[in-house]
Ligand binder design. Structure first.
Ligand SMILES: Nc1ncnc2c1ncn2[C@@H]1O[C@H](COP(=O)(O)OP(=O)(O)OP(=O)(O)O)[C@@H](O)[C@H]1O
Ligand SMILES: [Mg+2]
Length: 332
């Protein structure tokens, strides 16, 4: 009884609290079960990295947190609270203030998020004006500060540049500046460094880590790269077929992965230098999300699978506090 009360208290304090999130895409042909009961909390100032193969539901989960999924044909259920606000109940106007003001997102390819016909300076300033209604002069001043904050060299001159005039790394910095323009409490990052070459990737990662600490932001960061996770994460969650199959503090999960899927992903790379190491390939393919099996979705690829694995989705087990995995082989 007491545990339940404590749990509730923790959930209220959290910057992000997600409970039993499911996302389905319904069409005449099929229902795609993209997210299937995801629950987690994130404290202010914490970095959660979501790891998983292509198609495991990482981007859909991030988009759900900002209600950025196509309204038609998308069924979202569960509970999402960000900074105390009930995201799934939000009216359109409130949602507009919420996006950018409380939570913002950076993407893998900045060209898709930046507008080619406006200068970087205008795009940053307009974002601030839209949310805060301040004067253009004041917004321009803040835009310069922001470009300096994300360490763009010759920031004043760069304000007048169009996106195509910038290198990939500078464009990514400009997108981060826009995302930070209204001082969000939560930053969502969907593979923001994968399109960049290795050196620039590391610079952007270090920048994000620094900004996150200075601004005390919560960050949810999606990546395929174990090295990136090791570099930036406080916590990691491993996603498979729309579920978190394992989560915990990064050192703990990397040192003692509990789920056979996580163990497979880490392969033999766990103790080697991790930077740039993509997730190890595991034989077999992920399940068709339109035809999810009733039990553990990893069972068809799992060397340890037994009958019970195919009967029902394994419950969450926590052999040590804060380290969760869904596998029937785990005692506790
Ligand atoms: N709007 C949509 N309509 C129908 N299906 C969708 C839609 N958006 C995503 N999906 C499906 O949902 C599943 C999860 O997609 P998601 O983009 O979250 O994967 P991901 O883990 O981000 O993969 P990647 O690492 O390749 O980016 C995929 O099967 C995808 O095809
Ligand atoms: Mg994705």
């Amino acid at each position: 009884m007491e545990a339940v009360t404590l749990d509730r208290a923790a959930a209220t304090d959290a910057l992000v609290s997600v409970r039993d999130l499911t996302v389905r895409f319904v069409s005449k042909e099929a229902t795609v079960h993209a997210v299937n009961g995801v629950s987690f909390d994130l404290a202010a100032g914490e970095v959660l990295v979501i790891l998983g193969e292509s198609g495991s539901g990482k981007s859909v989960s991030l988009r759900a947190l900002m209600r950025l999924l196509p309204a038609r044909k998308t069924v979202i259920e569960g509970d999402i609270r960000v900074a105390g606000q009930d995201v799934l109940a939000m009216a359109p106007r409130a949602l507009e203030d919420f996006r950018g003001g409380v939570v913002s997102m950076i993407f893998q390819e900045p060209m898709t998020a930046l507008d080619p016909v406006f200068t970087i300076g205008t795009q940053i300033a307009e974002t601030i004006i839209r949310h805060e209604g301040i004067s253009r002069a004041e917004a321009d001043r803040r835009a310069l500060e922001l470009l300096e904050l994300v360490q763009v060299p010759s920031a004043k001159r760069r304000l007048g540049n169009y996106p195509h005039e910038l290198s990939g790394g500078l464009r990514q910095r400009a997108m981060i500046a826009i995302a930070l323009a209204c001082r969000p409490k939560l930053l969502l990052a969907d593979e923001p460094t994968t399109a960049l070459d290795a050196t620039v990737q590391i610079q952007i990662l270090l920048l994000l880590r620094k900004l996150q600490q200075e601004l005390g932001m919560g960050v949810i960061f999606v990546t395929h790269d174990l090295g990136v996770a090791g570099e930036i994460a406080d916590r990691v969650a491993v996603m498979y077929a729309g579920r978190f199959v394992e989560s915990g503090m990064v050192e703990e999960v990397m040192k003692r992965p509990l789920h056979p899927y996580t163990q497979g992903l880490m392969g033999s790379t766990v103790h080697a230098g991790l930077r740039g190491v993509r997730l190890a390939a595991i034989p077999g393919a992920p399940p068709d999300l339109a035809r999810l099996p009733p039990g553990c979705a990893f069972a068809p690829r799992c060397a340890y699978a037994e009958e019970a694995c195919r009967a029902a989705v394994p419950a969450e087990k926590r052999p040590v506090p804060e380290h969760m995995a869904r596998c029937i082989r785990i005692a506790a």
